[in-house]
Design a protein around this ligand. Structure first.
Ligand SMILES: Cc1cc2nc3c(=O)[nH]c(=O)nc-3n(C[C@H](O)[C@H](O)[C@H](O)COP(=O)(O)O)c2cc1C
Length: 222
């Protein structure tokens, strides 16, 4: 797939087939992604690849926490929830697109909760990649580097016919990974990426999120 075509076609995939993703493919994607640039070549990324029964166990533990009403305790707030202005508008537009495609009315609390839970369950993907970093690097320092490797993973996955959804929802209860996967407290879990073969029939698969034209985001100095 051509690079520009891949960048333009990438979209968040929020439903997958049950087909497992072979370990060697996940490893190849991660190897390619590691060519991302990083400040002073520090390569601050670490990956936790979770599949199979272990992923099912994680999902179950996360759902138990969520349903118990336990407060989320993320290692880092990678997403700043927009409360106003154009950022809020864009967030609402996305939600409208998704809920329309999924036929989830605003007042249907049950379906909305179902939708939220799917995110916490890694959208039932057969694989999930958690991107972590060492706490020694501070909170904000590695953020840009991790963003580069994150996008590389999503683009490289497309070459193998795989879909991805970057999701902070997957790491909002990092203690579960510490307890069940032995991730030490010295590591900060930053973001999750659900990975699998896209379910082409899932209604939300058809939406293409909107973008502000680049001209509106650009200041020219000539
Ligand atoms: C840092 C980050 C966190 C995200 N977290 C979530 C999430 O928790 N749940 C979700 O459904 N999508 C999540 N997304 C996906 C965004 O909603 C999506 O990238 C955006 O709406 C643009 O749509 P597109 O990826 O289809 O182009 C996240 C994306 C990023 C970059």
């Amino acid at each position: 797939m051509e690079l520009i075509e891949a960048i333009q076609k990438r979209r968040s995939v929020r439903a997958f087939t049950d087909t497992p993703v072979p370990k060697n493919i996940i490893m190849e994607i991660l190897s390619i992604a590691c060519r991302a640039p990083s400040a002073m070549n520090t390569q601050p990324w670490e990956f936790v690849a979770v599949t199979g029964e272990k992923l099912n166990q994680m999902r179950a533990a996360i759902m138990e926490k969520l349903k118990s009403g336990a407060p989320i305790v993320p290692d880092h707030l990678v997403v700043s929830w927009p409360n106003e202005g154009v950022y809020k508008d864009r967030q609402i537009n996305l939600a409208k697109q998704l809920f329309k495609a999924m036929d989830i009315p605003r007042e249907d609390k049950e379906k909305r909760a179902w939708w939220l839970e799917r995110g916490f369950r890694f959208f039932d993907a057969p694989a999930a990649i958690i991107i972590a970093t060492d706490k020694i690097l501070g909170e904000a320092g590695p953020l840009l580097d991790l963003g580069a490797v994150m996008q590389n993973i999503c683009l490289a996955a497309m070459q193998f016919g795989l879909g991805t959804c970057i999701e902070d929802q997957g790491v909002l209860y990092p203690e579960i990974f510490r307890e069940q996967a032995g991730i030490p407290a010295t590591k900060r879990l930053m973001i999750a990426i659900a990975l699998g073969y896209p379910d082409q029939d899932f209604p939300a698969k058809q939406i293409r999120s909107e973008r502000e034209p680049a001209e509106n985001m650009t200041t020219w100095l000539e």
